[in-house]
Design a protein around this ligand. Structure first.
Ligand code: IPM
Ligand code: MN
Length: 355
């Protein structure tokens, strides 16, 4: 198989972790006889420094014409003072919306060997944790009209959802649940927000097409509490953009480390954008410390969702699991006193197992 992959390392640790993921993809290509070519693009702070804007039209066009996109992370203190539409994060939002990636899959999977790293007590974790967060990614308060009064005495962000937007993300959640444990929890704030009432009504209607999937509804405040009280009750969580942003950070932490969690952003076609859910961690950039696993696992999701290369995706996941089970750690997932390896070494250990 021949595929053209746009690679956007971004800022901070982005280049460190993306390098390892690209090398993993290259290893997969050579072992399984595929041909991946990589086109490197700038976005975020790196693009601001080079072109004066977080994302150029040319970069967006190039990303659009790729078979999929691998992204590191964007942002850093260097660009923190910039106004909203000039910030590095804007590149991410423009890529998501420009590529039509309305569906963000964030698997929160706990590795048995890393149970110790979870801040939750062992009896709460039980047999482990495997939650799929399906986050709506191109609507809601992130993309509604933004206003700042001329005298800065007030500001507003509009939260808007159409039934069309809710319906298509709901379908993704039900379809994901079918391949898992058959349960969807839809998270909203329907006791307060009109958008949430429409959300609940629409999800309930869509559920009729999936009688084999169990649906329940939960307010977001309760959901954030339930995640630490009894995370095992969740299979698929579907929610709007900002709630999904917040809940996925929470879910990631209970699995032990935000450095382990991958994500896939999908639209209506095969192209996807794959990135770790963590940020650019500028304080450890370029020091060969960052955990590349989230990005490596994101590249596995690319193989599965965009290229239908399930066997190859599993090879990456199994290799990663094997390395973890053998006791290898990066500093973020190492327990006190445990030895750990650097970014490049972790990448090499994973590649070595793909044979
Ligand atoms: C994420 C990030 C982004 C988001 C930021 C960087 C814009 O936190 O991917 O979760 O809020 O979506
Ligand atoms: Mn986030």
């Amino acid at each position: 198989m021949r595929k053209h992959i746009a690679v956007i390392p971004g800022d901070g640790i982005g280049p460190d972790i993306v390098r390892e993921a690209v090398e993993v993809l290259e290893k997969v290509a050579s072992v399984y006889g595929h041909e991946f070519d990589f086109e490197y693009l700038l976005a975020g702070g790196a693009s601001i420094d080079e072109y004066g804007v977080p994302l150029t039209d040319d970069t967006l066009e190039r990303a659009k014409s790729a078979d999929s996109v691998l992204l590191g992370a964007v942002g850093g203190p260097k660009w923190d003072g910039l106004e909203g539409k000039m910030r590095p994060e804007k590149a991410l939002l423009s890529l998501r919306s420009g590529l039509g990636m309305f569906c963000n899959l964030r698997p929160a999977l706990m590795y048995g060997a890393l149970k110790e790293a979870s801040p939750l007590k062992a009896d709460i974790i039980g047999d482990g944790l495997d939650i799929m967060i399906v986050r709506e990614l191109t609507g809601g308060i992130y993309f509604g009209e933004k206003t700042l009064a001329a005298d800065s005495s007030w500001a507003s962000d509009l939260m808007k959802y159409s039934t069309f937007e809710i319906e298509r993300i709901a379908r993704k959640a039900f379809e994901a649940a079918r391949k898992r444990r058959g349960k969807v929890t839809s998270v909203d704030k329907a006791n307060v927000l009109e958008t949430s009432r429409l959300w609940r009504k629409t999800v309930t209607r869509v559920a009729k097409d999936y009688p084999d999937v169990e649906l329940n509804h939960m307010y977001v405040d309760n959901a954030s509490m339930q995640l630490v009280r009894n995370p095992g009750q969740f299979d698929v969580i579907v929610t709007e953009n900002m709630f999904g942003d917040i809940l996925s950070d929470e879910a990631s932490m209970i699995t032990g480390s935000i450095g382990m969690l991958s994500s896939a952003s999908l639209g209506s076609g095969k192209c996807g954008m794959y990135e770790p859910i963590h940020g650019s961690a500028p304080d450890i950039a370029g020091k060969d410390i960052a955990n590349p696993i989230a990005t490596i696992l994101s590249s596995a999701l690319m193989l599965r969702y965009s290229f239908d290369l399930d066997k190859e995706a599993r090879a990456i996941e199994d290799a990663t699991l094997g390395v973890i089970n053998d006791g290898w750690r990066t500093f973020d997932i190492a327990q006190k006193g445990e030895n750990y390896v650097g970014t490049a070494e972790m990448g090499r250990l994973i590649r070595e197992r793909i044979v």
